[in-house]
Design a protein around this ligand. Structure first.
Ligand SMILES: C[S@@+](CC[C@H](N)C(=O)[O-])C[C@H]1O[C@@H](n2cnc3c(N)ncnc32)[C@H](O)[C@@H]1O
Length: 396
């Protein structure tokens, strides 16, 4: 990992779904940053202002980027209040905003998260001269509301105060408004594609696509659309926001779009999103339209037994990736899942020989029904359940 942090770099923490840390490291390296270390669901990294903007715009596997603005050790509320009033919030928080303080403490003398958050609210209002303009009751706020987010973490009495640069989580790209059963986070779908090594110029099929998350993320990747292209980011409201730097980072994003290969008429589209549920396909199609990539995806209402490669690809035998998140049993209703997984394995081997297959499953023994050697690429926590992203090659 990276060496010493430069003075011009902001100390940052990139938060991500646990299991995607190594992919975030790769994404940061690709941007030219030097990640320092990973923790569970986070990557520490120093970012220049330019890289901070780029990270928010381009990272596909991240949830948010936090900028550390202060750190101190305190063991009493009086000392805590003194430290809070001494913080220079002016570069980070727009005037007259009331931030939300999200506090977690561990092994600390000041252990009551709510009481610490309350001190932050009051001392912030005092330090920024807002106390007189609000009633005491109004200034005491926790993590609810819509104001800018400030994250406070204390471990062994050592406090770290960070401002959120992203706003709503980065996986909320904005296009997924229609939801089918048990949808994946967009950041997780991006992580599946990256860890399977999918080449955006090769075909992709998701035969159980639900709301289309995997196929749409794939199409956006192939089109070179940055992850946060249509998003408003919290950092753009900061008093220290640099419009010139942002314009230059956005120009890089447009360059990426221009450089992305547009599928030629004969091969387009090379991505298939199929599901036996017509409602799911309707949701997937309207999401893809909002994302601006509906013309890159072939939608099919079909059971998995009708699995086929993209139209026009079959005769040329171009290998691609079958990437899917089949029902797990717990969240998406019953049926005979063993048969479903076995059918998937049989038709995939017959019709997509030479392709890679990636399955996101909760139960590894169910995945054995597919009868193809599968290796674990990612181990994730999704909705409180352990999930495995298993990848292998289909050969008859
Ligand atoms: C867990 S959901 C997929 C969620 C999706 N990854 C998303 O982000 O929205 C599983 C999907 O498999 C579909 N499905 C179940 N059995 C099927 C079958 N035999 N053929 C095709 N699709 C099936 C369901 O309709 C459901 O949409």
């Amino acid at each position: 990992m990276g060496g010493r942090r430069r003075a011009s770099e902001h100390p940052c923490l990139v938060v991500c779904p646990p299991g995607l840390e190594d992919l975030v490291v790769e994404e940061l390296l690709a941007l030219g940053a030097r990640p320092e270390r990973t923790g569970r669901g986070s990557v520490s990294v120093g970012l220049t202002t330019r890289l901070l903007y780029a990270a928010n715009l381009f990272l596909r596997c991240a949830t948010r980027v936090l900028v550390r603005i202060d750190r101190f050790t305190v063991r009493s509320f009086a000392d805590l209040e003194r430290r809070i009033t001494a913080i220079d919030w002016s570069p980070w928080l727009p005037e007259d905003t009331v931030p939300r303080f999200r506090v977690t403490t561990r092994h600390s003398r000041l252990w009551h998260d709510g009481a610490v958050a309350e001190r932050f609210s009051i001392a912030f209002a005092t330090g920024s001269g807002q106390a007189g303009s609000r009633s005491g009751h109004e200034t005491v706020r926790g993590d609810e509301g819509t104001g800018p987010l400030v994250v406070v973490r204390a471990v062994d009495d050592r406090f770290v105060v960070s401002v959120d640069a992203s706003g709503p989580p980065l996986h909320e790209r904005g296009w997924r408004q229609a939801i089918a059963k048990a949808p994946l986070r967009e950041s997780v779908a991006a992580g599946l594609l990256a860890s399977a090594g999918w080449d955006p110029s090769s075909p992709l099929v998701d035969p159980m696509c639900g709301s289309g998350t995997i196929a749409i993320e794939a199409a956006l990747l192939a089109a070179g659309v940055p992850a946060a292209a249509d998003r408003d980011l919290a950092l753009r409201a900061w008093p220290s926001f640099e419009p010139g730097t942002w314009a230059s980072v956005s120009a890089d994003a447009r360059l990426l779009q221009v450089e992305a290969p547009v599928p030629d008429g004969s091969d387009s589209p090379r991505i298939v999103a199929a599901d036996r549920d017509a409602g799911a396909i309707e949701a997937a199609r309207s999401n893809a339209e909002r994302a601006g990539v509906a013309d890159r995806i072939e939608f099919r209402v079909a059971p998995v037994s009708n699995l086929e490669p993209p139209t026009g690809i079959a005769s040329r035998g171009v290998p691609g990736l079958l990437a899917t998140n089949p029902p797990w049993g717990g969240r998406v209703g019953g049926g005979d899942l063993r048969n479903l997984y076995a059918t998937l394995g049989n038709v995939a081997v017959q019709r997509l020989s030479g392709w890679e297959i990636g399955l996101l499953v909760a139960d590894r023994s169910l995945a054995r029904q597919v009868r193809t050697g599968l290796g674990e690429r990612l181990h994730l926590e999704l909705g409180g359940r352990s999930a495995h992203w298993l990848v292998g090659r289909l050969s008859s």
